[in-house]
Design a protein around this ligand. Structure first.
Ligand code: HEM
Length: 275
């Protein structure tokens, strides 16, 4: 529906009108935000990601905003959230003892902190990638079953999260470098995703590749808890774009450095050439 309206308009700002608008609506409805809080979600979600990663000026500037999110989540009650929402469901679980007391607000904090900026980045990236590779969009149009594979390739090609931390549990040697037990390391997802020992022709964007083992959702027991939702959202956008759009003519994409997410800040779509 949203994509249909944008295609109809013929030109639009892809990050504001699609990459931000869609996940914000979805996550707001999921958690059950109503009223004013809906409008602060983007600011809060971005700040939650800026305070992770290296400590720098962005961290300092964003701590107060991330603190607003934390404070709100610490005092939110079931009544603040829409009936029938997943947020309400988390409070119901707390009330019946299925999760420990006083944890519902913190779970909601996790979902908001982790689920907004990452998905905005992924959807912005997919619009830009399909604008640059109309041949790959055409392949998805010809075979709609490629939609999940196409999203895996988007995530492999441009990891929305630069780096994530791990604590090393035992001494390890990787290609001659010793990493001692207890060290804190940053895993660079993008580097693994483009490893030529693992992916043939890694710098090519190919929707038929279906790299199910890309690292962009992390790995192991703490892999992304929201990846099912992220996939639902992105698949809907890819499916709608491939069905309606032959080619997107875009202006220059603006990127702004971020501490955790690698995302596009502005992406003008100047013309939509219909499918
Ligand atoms: C394309 C979008 C997304 C990307 C690229 C992404 C990426 C990640 C990454 C890299 C991690 C760390 C995994 C690890 O340590 O191995 C993570 C964790 C997490 N994500 Fe996502 N994420 C996305 C969307 C979402 C959404 C929509 C939600 C929820 C609504 C969400 C909720 C979480 C949570 C709760 C964790 C922490 C899991 C844990 O520590 O056990 N994410 N995500």
């Amino acid at each position: 529906m949203l994509v249909a309206e944008l295609v109809e308009k013929g030109s639009f700002e892809a990050i504001d009108a699609l990459a931000r608008a869609f996940p914000l609506e979805v996550v707001a409805d999921l958690i059950g935000f109503t009223g004013e809080v809906r409008a602060t979600m983007l600011r809060w979600g971005q700040a939650a990601m800026q305070v992770l990663g290296p400590t720098n000026q962005r961290t300092a500037e964003n701590f107060p905003v991330a603190g607003e999110l934390y404070a709100w989540c610490s005092q939110v009650t079931a009544d603040d959230l829409a009936e029938g929402s997943v947020g309400r469901g988390i409070f119901d679980a707390e009330a019946r003892g299925a999760i420990p007391p006083d944890t519902a607000g913190h779970i909601i904090h996790q979902y908001l902190g982790a689920g907004v900026d990452t998905t905005v980045a992924a959807i912005g990236n997919l619009v830009a990638l399909f604008a640059h590779h109309p041949d790959q969009l055409a392949l998805v149009r010809e075979s709609p079953a490629l939609v999940p594979a196409a999203f895996n390739e988007v995530l492999r090609f441009w990891a929305p999260v630069h780096a994530w931390g791990r604590r090393v549990t035992r001494d390890v040697t990787i290609e001659g470098s010793e990493i001692p037990a207890g060290a804190q390391v940053a895993i660079l997802f993008g580097a693994g995703n483009r490893d030529p020992r693992h992916y043939e022709n890694p710098d090519a964007f190919l929707v038929e590749r279906n790299p199910v083992d890309h690292l962009s959702f992390g790995y192991g027991p703490h892999g992304c808890a929201g990846q099912g939702l992220a996939r639902l959202e992105a698949h809907a956008v890819i499916e709608a774009l491939s069905r309606r759009v032959g080619r997107l003519v875009v202006g220059p994409e603006v990127r702004v450095p971020g501490n955790t997410t690698r995302s596009i800040e502005e992406l003008p779509v100047l013309e939509v050439i219909p499918a």
